[in-house]
Write a protein that binds this ligand. Structure first.
Ligand SMILES: [Zn+2]
Length: 203
């Protein structure tokens, strides 16, 4: 059976079509400026698109012997709500046994729900919709290790080139490696120099 994985260009077209990838002049809550903006849940609102993306990502995991040999006794883990549809899609494609997702507590700390106990979590793959800095998956990896589980995979639909390439000793898989342009200040921003209208984004 030939298992095709859509090219990076095809994935970008899907993200553009669904509004998940935008071009313009954006200002993030951090104050950084960028000509690009991703809002991945906009792609995952279309079930068929969500399925294609998750299945494609799952294929990158299935070819790894360390993963395929442990199926179905693995866990798919999302660092946040954005990664939940990715986790369910990848789980479906791999027939993995467990799904977990972390959430932010009011104090900002990333946590799993109460009563997830030491030793219950299968060897896991951490997946997210997008990896920007890598902090979310790194914090999730720390949580997983506290529970005594091992990390056998990590990946996302989109990974910024500025993010780490590895999580622990596993290589981070992605359908798109995106060359993100971020400007720390308005003075450094190319679009500000051209007086392009600004759009403020919430995430
Ligand atoms: Zn600007």
């Amino acid at each position: 059976m030939v298992e095709l994985i859509p090219s990076s260009d095809t994935v970008m077209q899907m993200l553009k079509r669904t509004g998940a990838f935008r071009e313009g002049h954006f200002v993030y809550p951090s104050g950084k400026h960028s000509p690009n903006y991703f809002q991945m849940p906009l792609a995952f609102r279309y079930y068929d698109t969500a399925r294609v993306l998750a299945v494609a990502l799952s294929r990158k995991f299935r070819v790894e012997r360390d993963i395929s040999s442990q199926l179905p006794k693995i866990a798919i883990i999302s660092p946040s709500s954005g990664g939940i549809p990715v986790a369910f899609g990848v789980r479906d494609a791999l027939s993995a046994e467990q799904i977990y997702w972390a959430e932010r507590e009011p104090d900002g700390k990333r946590m799993f729900r109460q009563y997830v106990n030491q030793g219950e979590v299968n060897p896991c793959i951490i997946v997210d919709d997008i990896i920007r800095s890598g902090h979310a998956i790194e914090e999730t990896a720390a949580l997983v290790k506290e529970l005594g589980a091992t990390i056998i995979g990590a990946g996302a639909i989109v990974r910024f080139n500025t993010a780490p390439s590895h999580l622990e000793d596993v290589r981070i898989k992605s359908l798109v490696d995106f060359d993100a342009h971020m400007y720390d200040t308005s003075e450094a921003c190319v679009d500000c120099k051209e007086n392009a209208p600004v759009e403020r984004v919430r995430f």
